[in-house]
Write a protein that binds this ligand. Structure first.
Ligand SMILES: [Zn+2]
Length: 159
């Protein structure tokens, strides 16, 4: 019997099948699907940071923290990449919301990936800027006690 393994990754509605499915005649195929809800909030893209935070990022982080705090299923997770928005959100949120964020990060329900101040562009960034941006983000996370970055994250490649 052939065991089929398929990994589906969903990023902004684009589905990539990483391995081909094979199914024995008359058999069944089990497909395990992992949905990875994640941030992709490019600081400085088209509008100012302040407008971006006020119009979109604030409500996104509010709803992510509130939703995950209310859910009783610890397997529900969210991946966040850009620390600039965490800084703005923490600076403007009440203590109970910030504590909820810390609890979700410690439990792994919110995972901070990459941890740079922003997620840099891959095609035109100068390496010293990338190092500075990652260092700044990690330093902020360390100061906030949120320095649990285990994975790199780069989904803004090859424009
Ligand atoms: Zn982008």
């Amino acid at each position: 019997m052939t065991i089929s393994v398929a990994t589906l990754m969903v990023f902004l509605g684009v589905i990539h099948v990483q391995s081909s499915l094979s199914r024995p005649v008359g058999g069944t195929v089990t497909v395990e699907v992992h949905l990875v809800p994640h941030s992709h909030c490019d600081a400085g893209w088209l509008i100012t940071d302040e407008d971006h935070f006020r119009r979109e990022v604030r409500v996104a982080l509010d709803s992510i923290v509130a939703s995950l705090s209310l859910l009783t299923n610890p397997t529900y997770r969210f991946v966040w990449a850009e620390t600039i928005w965490l800084q703005k959100w923490i600076a403007t949120s009440d203590n109970s919301s910030v504590q909820a964020l810390r609890t979700l990060v410690q439990s792994g329900q919110i995972e901070i990936v990459g941890g740079g101040w922003t997620m840099n562009d891959e095609s035109v960034a100068e390496y010293r800027d990338v190092i500075e941006m990652i260092t700044t983000g990690h330093e902020f996370l360390r100061q906030q006690g949120l320095s649990i970055v285990r994975l790199g994250w780069q989904i803004d490649m090859l424009r």
